[in-house]
Design a protein around this ligand. Structure first.
Ligand code: IMP
Ligand code: MG
Length: 172
């Protein structure tokens, strides 16, 4: 497997993001909301780099991938969602690809009376967003080419999430 981003590069970027979020949210009721399962390592590392008081919660989003022309069905499960009324929420996900997941989550959180919602992703793919998506991530660590990557939470068929680096699977 080809390494695209090393463990040390990830650590440095997460440190940078943590400092930036801490500065932006000092004195605010911040809740980091990790999107399961891909954000697990990222949110766990990021929360320890944000040295202002904050809460951490989880929400689940799964997209059943459709064909190239038909988007898959998006399912959002809010059973684990904490009370975020009046909170300043930062949604944390592994990757911004088409943007459909974070767009759907933001729509879903609109019913929760939050004070604000921003988004933070480790990776932002260099591609056109899906039709109807106007969102761009507020915080991101790396822009990457439009290739399929795994590791540090990102999976292929639920495998490879445990890798401490971001790698590119060989084609085929
Ligand atoms: P989006 O809704 O298209 O922005 O994609 C977000 C979700 O698709 C992520 O949370 C991932 O689960 C998945 N995804 C998109 N690109 C990749 C990739 O290159 N590797 C692994 N998962 C990906
Ligand atoms: Mg996935």
């Amino acid at each position: 497997m080809k390494t695209l981003i090393t463990q040390a590069e990830i650590a440095a970027a997460v440190d940078r993001l943590g400092k930036q979020i801490a500065a932006d949210y000092a004195g605010k009721p911040l809740t980091l909301l990790g999107v399961l399962h891909g954000s697990l390592p990222f949110v766990a590392d990021l929360m320890r780099r944000i040295d202002v008081p904050h809460r951490v919660g989880l929400v689940q989003a799964s997209s059943y991938r459709g064909t190239a022309t038909t988007p898959g069905e998006m399912r959002i499960d809010t059973n684990l969602l904490p009370d975020i009324t009046g909170r300043d929420v930062v949604l944390v996900d592994d990757i911004f690809d088409t943007g459909r997941t974070l767009t759907a989550l933001i729509d879903c959180l609109a019913a929760e009376n939050v004070n604000s919602v921003k988004t933070c992703v480790l990776l932002w793919k260099d591609r056109d967003p899906a039709e109807g998506v106007t969102l761009t991530p507020d915080y991101h660590a790396f822009r990457i080419p439009d290739r399929f990557v795994v590791g540090y939470g990102l999976d292929h068929d639920d495998e490879y999430r445990h890798l401490p680096f971001i790698g590119e699977l060989p084609a085929g």
